[in-house]
Design a protein around this ligand. Structure first.
Ligand code: CP3
Length: 343
């Protein structure tokens, strides 16, 4: 029997949508916090295949989600390309910055990234052995624009200002960085698939700050190129694209990117997305993640609303963004029960 996630990705409308959750392995779970403490810091956990596989499996054991997502981070790829990377507790990631052509030229060649990324492929191999037979293994990478925003600013930024500035003042360097990340991402995801990833997802968390032609050139086009290159090497591996914050620009993206599924954030209503995006293929999403903090009747009502809106076509139930550390594990169970009860 084909796994439910793969059936939805192939375009099948299922009576109950398969379900998984962004950041399902994370700080809201006590067992994650214990393993992370054992590993030391976050990056040590990412590069420890046994422990990274363990935290990937924890939400599968606890909840029986239909998919497991590889435990890693989108910023491991820039690190493999030679950027310094560290995480400041309570604040987030820090990287060495790329501000001009010389910074770009100092990066390593793509054929050297596996020296750093081999432990990630090992995590994938462990997971493909240990996951239950009905659970789909999802690999992932950041989209070039989103990864570039961190590499240029050296940290997360509210408006991606430094990346926009480089794009507008030194287009050649900016475009060369996007092209390098596009090619590196193809190699990275292709290796994850070789190791056992059954689906890959491209996270473009900051796509929403690109407007007009920039959205086409730096969100749609890199995702299209990555998807096309992967389809050539791995024709049967579905691709999920997540251009978060795309809003009305979500329309037509299945065709424009060539992706099997478009993941939706909570900035669009499920009713609008069913009428305007799901017509193009499978969609994933998009319950507001704050319901995992607040729970109760609101959670039940809004979960049902998402399921109902998308029930006429292929749908994978998920949140609109990652679950937050202050979420309650019981609320996650309530969401899953609500989706699966089909009420
Ligand atoms: O979803 C999963 O369970 C798989 C693992 C995963 C992580 N990060 C683990 C993580 C995935 C898919 C990501 C993607 C990621 N990482 C994105 C894109 C998705 C999104 O959330 O928009 C981005 C922008 C990053 C970069 C990143 N990593 C930031 C900005 C931070 C700090 C913010 C925070 O939540 O602490 C991280 C850290 C991070 N990545 C954590 C986890 C579980 C928390 C680290 C910890 O345990 O202390």
């Amino acid at each position: 029997m084909t796994k439910t996630i793969l059936r939805a990705l192939a375009g099948e409308t299922l009576p109950t949508p398969p379900i998984w959750m962004m950041r399902q392995a994370g700080r809201y779970l006590p067992e994650y916090r214990a393993t992370r403490a054992q590993a030391g810091d976050f990056l040590s956990l990412c590069y420890n295949p046994e422990l990274a596989a363990e935290v990937t499996l924890q939400p599968i054991r606890r909840y029986g989600f239909d998919a497991a997502i590889l435990f890693a981070d989108i910023l491991l790829l820039p690190q493999a390309l030679g950027a310094d990377l560290w995480f400041v507790t309570g604040e987030g990631p820090r990287l060495s910055t790329i501000t001009d052509k010389s910074g770009l030229e100092a990066l390593k060649p793509i054929d050297e990234i596996d020296e750093v990324l081999n432990p990630v492929y090992e995590t994938v191999r462990i997971l493909s052995r240990e996951l239950p037979s009905e659970t789909t293994l999802i690999g992932f990478a950041g989209a070039p624009w989103t990864v570039a925003t961190y590499m240029i600013a050296g940290r997360g930024t509210p408006d991606q200002g430094p990346a926009h500035a480089l794009k507008n003042t030194d287009r050649a360097t900016f475009s060369a960085l996007i092209d390098l990340l596009t090619d590196a991402t193809v190699e990275y995801l292709s290796k994850q698939i070789d190791a056992g990833a059954e689906v890959v997802k491209i996270f473009d968390s900051w796509a929403g700050s690109l407007q007009g032609q920039d959205f086409i050139d730096f969100a749609v086009e890199p995702a299209r190129k990555i998807t096309a290159a992967l389809k050539q090497r791995h024709p049967n591996t579905p691709v999920i694209a997540f251009p978060r914050g795309a809003g009305e620009k979500y329309v037509g993206l299945h065709a424009a990117i060539g992706a099997d599924c478009i993941a939706l954030d909570d900035g669009v209503t499920p009713e609008w997305a069913a009428a305007n995006v799901q017509t193009g293929g499978c969609v994933q999403g998009n319950l507001k993640s704050s319901h995992m903090v607040t729970g109760g009747e609101d959670l039940i009502r809004e979960t049902r609303a998402v399921v109902d809106a998308f029930k006429g076509g292929p749908h994978i139930f998920n949140l609109g963004h990652g679950i937050t550390p202050d979420a309650s594990p019981d609320n996650v169970q309530l969401m899953i029960d609500t989706v699966r009860s089909g009420a």
